[in-house]
Design a protein around this ligand. Structure first.
Ligand SMILES: Nc1ncnc2c1ncn2[C@@H]1O[C@H](COP(=O)(O)OP(=O)(O)OP(=O)(O)O)[C@@H](O)[C@H]1O
Ligand SMILES: [Mg+2]
Length: 508
């Protein structure tokens, strides 16, 4: 019998591993999510976990927090093998996570959400509500969140909900803090506060596992990296010893250029004319035109009113004034159904909540809004549904075992691709994409951009709301900059530069 050589002993305290995964394997029916992956976390250091959509990152988080059990390999804490049969066991061992899809309760208060399952208790073992609110307030303040702990969760926006999830993770005095794409739902100001918080956690000696698709933040806050590719370990090391291009190559197994697709825009007739859209609080006096084959970018700071305007245009909310013409004909849009009927579709930013039915398979989700095209005399034509679903999901580079897979079992990024596919399958005249590549890995991002280009070439008019300057500049034929609910500038050609975008968005 051959024994493994004994592990080398590293005497420097920083290299002492708090938590390790040792050759962990996890399979689901038809999918090997993880195959013998290893990972080490050190006190006072941030380890970035990177990989394409579906590479297995969130699965690791769930294994480390007792939500899934590994099929093979082990979890070690301070060198000792441990098991986490439940989430409570992981918490008790000092491991806490902010999950990609936060599990919070709308009907409970902020304080109750933070302390659910570990509330401070007074005499007779009853929950001490006063202490709970006070402690919740303290934690919220340390993360710079200005939220009343009494507020019902359902009354908060997505960014604040996310801050509550972060506060919840911190309310457990943990040695290991895991953050699964924590900045995806936050504004720039909140992101900066989160970075300060991460520094604070580091200085307290906590080990941090940080999952992100954003390379700028990985290079800013991480000390180490681990790369997964298709459920296997593709590389690990110190951030200081690696370049962005090298990381990308480990992730996707090939060189990826971040260059945007070359396109010669073929801009046709006006398709959409919006005139004088007003809203009592969110936006005012929005007028513009959009042409067949055009990609119109909407840039602005978070809170500039871009998404609120798009929701009004799609009939989710009502403007107080304004009218719309589609192909020269006045259109009445009082509901999303009206909008879809007139050829306008909207892919929201908060795709998790608004986008899919997780208990239905991929193909059914994709074809849901297109049923008119796939049903004959009330009977669904299954083959036709599959064909439609296959066409759109393949072009968006969606990774799944099969089109029968329930959407709830897909990785976060792949769920987003299902939402985009389902609206494209309706063959709209105008598609509004709100932050289309947020949460999408770098290789698939290029696929999404390529697809947008092809669609525009076929005459589809695209409105792209994006806060990423390279994406806005790389994809748009024309850009409308919004500031405080109003159009601050309309830019095209040589006027489109990072400086003009930022200056107009900030009003300087
Ligand atoms: N409960 C489940 N049932 C079946 N398959 C699953 C389940 N959970 C995850 N998977 C599959 O395991 C693989 C890894 O998914 P995971 O969510 O870990 O990816 P990820 O790296 O977090 O991706 P993303 O960047 O999109 O969030 C995917 O193929 C996914 O479809
Ligand atoms: Mg994930």
């Amino acid at each position: 019998m051959q024994l493994d050589p004994p592990p080398a002993i590293d005497i420097t305290a920083e290299r002492r591993v708090i938590l390790a995964l040792n050759r962990v394997t996890k399979t689901f029916p038809g999918v090997t999510a993880l195959s013998e992956v290893s990972l080490e976390l050190y006190p006072g250091q941030v380890t970035a976990l990177v990989g394409e959509n579906g590479a297995g990152k969130s699965t690791v988080v769930k294994i480390l927090t007792g939500i899934y059990q590994p099929d093979g390999g082990q979890i070690e804490i301070d060198g000792n093998a441990v098991r986490f049969p439940t989430a409570q066991d992981a918490n008790a061992a000092g491991v806490t996570a902010i999950h990609q899809e936060t599990v919070l309760f709308d009907e409970l208060s902020v304080a109750e959400n933070i302390f659910l399952g570990h509330a401070p208790r007074g005499r007779f073992g009853l929950i001490d509500a006063v202490a709970m609110v006070a402690q919740a307030q303290d934690i919220l303040l340390t993360i710079g969140a200005n939220i009343d702990p009494h507020t019902k969760l359902k009354d908060l926006g997505i960014a604040n909900k996310h801050l509550v999830a972060i506060a919840r993770a911190l309310s457990i005095d943990a040695r290991v803090v895991i953050m699964d794409e924590p900045t995806a739902a936050l504004s720039q100001k909140e992101i900066d506060e989160l970075y300060v918080l991460v520094e604070e956690l580091k200085s307290q000696g906590k080990a941090i596992l940080f999952i992100s698709h954003k390379f700028d933040e990985i290079f800013r806050i991480a000390d180490n990296y681990t790369v997964f590719r298709d459920g296997t370990l593709a590389g690990h090391g110190a951030i200081a010893d690696v370049t962005e291009a090298e990381l990308v190559k480990m992730m996707v197994g090939r060189d990826v250029s971040q260059i945007f697709p070359d396109r010669v825009a073929n801009i046709g007739q006006e398709v959409l004319v919006v005139h004088g859209y007003d809203h009592p609080t969110e936006f005012a006096d929005i007028s513009f035109t959009l042409h067949h084959g055009e990609i119109l970018g909407f840039y602005g700071l978070v809170g500039a009113g871009r998404s609120e305007f798009m929701q009004a245009l799609f009939g989710i909310t009502r403007p107080s004034a304004g009218d719309v013409k589609i192909d020269g004909v006045s259109a009445v849009i009082r509901s999303p159904a009206d909008a879809v009927g007139q050829g306008i579709v909207y892919v929201p930013e908060d795709r998790g909540k608004q986008g899919t039915i997780t208990a239905l398979p991929i193909f059914a989700n994709v074809t849901l809004p297109s049923l008119g095209r796939t049903s004959r005399n009330g009977f669904l034509k299954l083959a036709e549904e599959f064909r439609l679903a296959r066409e759109y999901t393949e072009r968006l580079d969606l990774r799944a075992a099969s089109l029968d897979t329930d959407v709830g079992n897909l990785s976060g990024g792949n769920q987003q691709k299902v939402v985009i596919a389902k609206w494209l399958a309706t063959q709209p005249k105008v598609i509004i994409l709100d932050e289309p590549t947020k949460g999408i890995d770098i290789g698939s991002k290029a696929a999404v951009h390529e697809f947008m280009t092809e669609l525009a070439a076929q005459g589809l008019a695209v409105i792209m709301v994006s806060s990423e300057i390279p994406e806005v500049l790389g994809m748009s034929d024309r850009v409308i900059v919004m500031r405080e609910g109003r159009i601050a500038a309309e830019l095209s050609g040589g006027d489109l530069t990072p400086e003009t975008l930022v200056r107009n968005a900030a009003g300087i």
